[in-house]
Design a protein around this ligand. Sequence first.
Ligand code: C2E
Ligand code: CA
Ligand code: CA
Ligand code: CA
Length: 279
Amino acid sequence: SKKAGRNTIRFFDPSLESAMKQQATLEEDLRIALQDKQFILHYQGQFTSESKLTGAEVLVRWKHPEQGMMSPALFIPFAEESGLILPIGNWVLETACNQLAAWGKLPNMRKLVLAVNVSALQFRQPDFIETVLAIIERSGANPHRLKLELTESMLVENVDDIIQKMLTLKAHGLGFSLDDFGTGYSSLSFLKRLPLDQLKIDQSFIRDVHSDPNGAAIAKTIVSLGKSLGLNVIAEGVETSEQREFLANAGCFAYQGYLFSRPLAIQDFEELAMGALIE
Ligand code: C2E
Ligand code: CA
Ligand code: CA
Ligand code: CA
């Protein structure tokens, strides 16, 4: 009613108020985190069926001064909403490229490929290509060692524009992987048009390949779909040797997951790489 409207402030929901306060605090904390360099990257190895290391996915973490290590699942969605994903994403890309440039001088590391997650908002920026190329140039990284992970949901609008951006970056040597594949709604004809290099099967399809026949059928179908589109197919979230065996039988020869390695701090990842066979 009118009366309620005029007096809204009196009925202000205290839980809503505290939610807004929390949001404001989180935004402020994220800005400080950027300034004070509270983000770090973890590296999760990607492997062939012979357990050779081919590279790593870069996963951001927030060393929150009070709450300790914070998962990106908790702050990336908010960073996307608030636009802070743009400076955070640039920092991630720059740090990954600096790492690639450093590895370029080490015989055991220089063939490794780094996969970097890119948010929809980042990819949609009109200057996305210039930004990425400038970061690569500044770092001295080999662009052929950089792979960008996109998700289906971000690829539905302005398909021609998306394809153009992908082609431009591919012409500079970058690769593209379609992350969380199978969880979105894109049609197969649309998939065929995208200049992708890799499909990444979402971990939700890997989880129950042994307990759920439908899950198993879907995982198999995704592998053969990817292969028939001429793409490399990688499975994420591989935790057991049974899952690995199932995937190998289905024709998937690239893996990422706790069975092979957890996401590791840089020193630990470099140690792993020094002791590993490199593809
Ligand atoms: P994602 O891209 O699907 O990344 C895979 C997630 O699965 C990671 O969670 C990883 O730690 C986890 N994982 C890896 N292997 C296993 C496994 O064997 N079992 C299980 N249960 N989980 C496994 P994380 O690191 O918490 O990242 C969560 C999400 O946050 C990522 O999902 C990605 O969407 C987003 N994210 C992480 N780093 C970045 C970034 O730099 N930029 C953007 N835009 N998003 C990021
Ligand atoms: Ca990813
Ligand atoms: Ca994923
Ligand atoms: Ca995921």
